[in-house]
Design a protein around this ligand. Structure first.
Ligand code: GDP
Length: 145
């Protein structure tokens, strides 16, 4: 006899409320929308990254022309880092954030509503399972998850 069971595939992703959104006082609004969208917040912390820590986080973009501005911005003030969990969390969170450039983001997305520009776009989310694994490990120890 085979055992059958429902296998619901819970996934985790790394989300950041970036320094522009924290500074403009919309952290609570973004958290409320995350919870209303069905995510469980498995871990959360407010941090202020150093320039070197921001460079380590975004090392994949090291050769890009915007790397300096991006890491200056990410180390310019506190941000909120989170582990979000749900079915298909990676795609679901990226959908809720919207396009990288807020001007191109769909209505109702976080970047449309809270982002000012491609540099100041309010939120971050991992883009693939391997990235999520690296990014969650960058900010959280296993015990915290
Ligand atoms: P994301 O996954 O949507 O955040 O986008 P990426 O991983 O490609 O880029 C990381 C961050 O770098 C983005 O959120 C933007 O803030 C910034 N960025 C990406 N592309 C550009 C660009 O062409 N110009 C500028 N100024 N910033 C960019």
């Amino acid at each position: 006899m085979r055992l059958s069971y429902n296998r619901s595939v819970m996934e985790r992703t790394l989300a950041i409320i970036k320094p522009d959104a924290v500074k403009s006082g919309v952290t609570g609004k973004i958290l409320a929308r995350i919870e209303a969208n069905g995510f469980q917040i498995r871990a959360m912390r407010m941090i202020h990254m150093s320039k070197a820590e921001a460079e380590g986080f975004y090392y994949v973009h090291k050769a890009r022309p915007f790397f300096g501005a991006l890491t200056d911005f990410m180390s310019s003030g506190p941000c909120v880092v989170m582990c979000l969990e749900s079915d298909g969390a990676i795609r679901k969170w990226r959908h809720q954030m919207g396009a990288t450039d807020p001007a191109k983001a769909e209505a109702g997305t976080l970047r449309k509503d809270f982002g000012a520009s491609i540099d100041n776009n309010a939120t971050h989310g991992s883009d693939a399972p391997e990235t999520a694994s690296f990014e969650l490990g960058y900010f959280f120890r296993g015990m915290e998850l």
